[in-house]
Design a protein around this ligand. Sequence first.
Ligand code: ADP
Ligand code: MG
Length: 389
Amino acid sequence: MKTIRDFDLNNKKVIIRVDFNVPMKDGIILDDNRIRSSLKTIKYAIDNNAKVILMSHLGRIKTSEDKVNNSLKEVSVRLSELLNKDVLFIPETRGKLLENTINNMNPKDVVLIENTRYEDLNDKAESSNNETLGKYWASLGDIFINDAFATSHRSHASNVGISKYLPSGIGFLIEKELKALDLNNAKRPLTIILGGSKVSDKIGLINNLALKADNILIGGGMAYTFIKASGIDVGSSLLDKENIAFAKEMLEKYKDKIVLPIDSVNRDSNGLIRTCFINEIRSDETGLDIGIQTIKLFKNYLLDSKTIIWNGPVGMFEESPFDNGTKELCNILKNIDAVKIAGGGDTASAVINLGYKNVFTHISTGGGASLELLEGKKLPGVIYEKENN
Ligand code: ADP
Ligand code: MG
């Protein structure tokens, strides 16, 4: 695997696939963390006299109306401020303007191409890794660097497609993520905290993660499917009905590793909030956080751990008081001497916005990608094993 350091960038057209998929509302960037995470690689390319061609996706593009709210124009303005340097925005993903602009670049110039997913309007060309599109984009540059960690578990034209036709390597962000998320030499006991709401997306991971972890503490929306599988009613809580049988199988297979909540903070249909033991949730109540007893229980496992990996908030942290469990776990982690890693879009914004950024050894910029790495899978956007490298 090559990194950007392995190439002579001088006077070369260097295409860098970055992740500028920032949260936006009404054309305003709500959080520019992802832009900041790319700066190191971009600055390195500028310092090494490259012609820097940046590509990224933003949101999902299914209809032409989606284009209006998902242009990268604003991102180019923010990037220019952060770099303290002109960034030329090219408002198209193919065509003469794009080609001419790139051919007229000088070393140290920076351009940003419009949202790669605009090409999804052409029969999903970007997301289905259309061969012709990847080849076309590759024809615009001399070297390809992938630094978009959060999409590196996907095979798209702008990451995997291009790399087939150019000498390719990874940037500093992906390099850092790969190092931080390598569990091969992780100190034990290794404890995973799994929460959040994407139950069907993540439940399958347990089978693989259980092989690596000593303890799996399950909280958040994820927990209720497991609680139901253990024969306890969960009222109106988040439930992945299709996976109850699978959850039951996991509970039996990994009974020594999986730890479930023993109490729950609920809200009923009238908005009343109540904490109860896990077998006392009423039919009109929705469990939205772990309770104090569960926090104490989880604490016992965490205190012993030497590596702690956290994906998925253990409660609906966006709304008080359901942020309490997530906050209290952060407070516990603060005083534990272990390698502490948080991953996942919402998990990262939860721990950062609740003020616990410094508690963690590493906060991953990727959700799905970080989980796949932790499972020991190879990411299609990272593995470059071809001969022209
Ligand atoms: P990540 O983005 O870190 O991978 P997810 O997207 O899986 O995490 O989950 C984050 C969401 O889970 C948050 O919006 C949070 O409000 C929600 N959540 C956490 N606990 C619960 C719960 N008990 N019921 C419903 N939603 C929950
Ligand atoms: Mg999420």
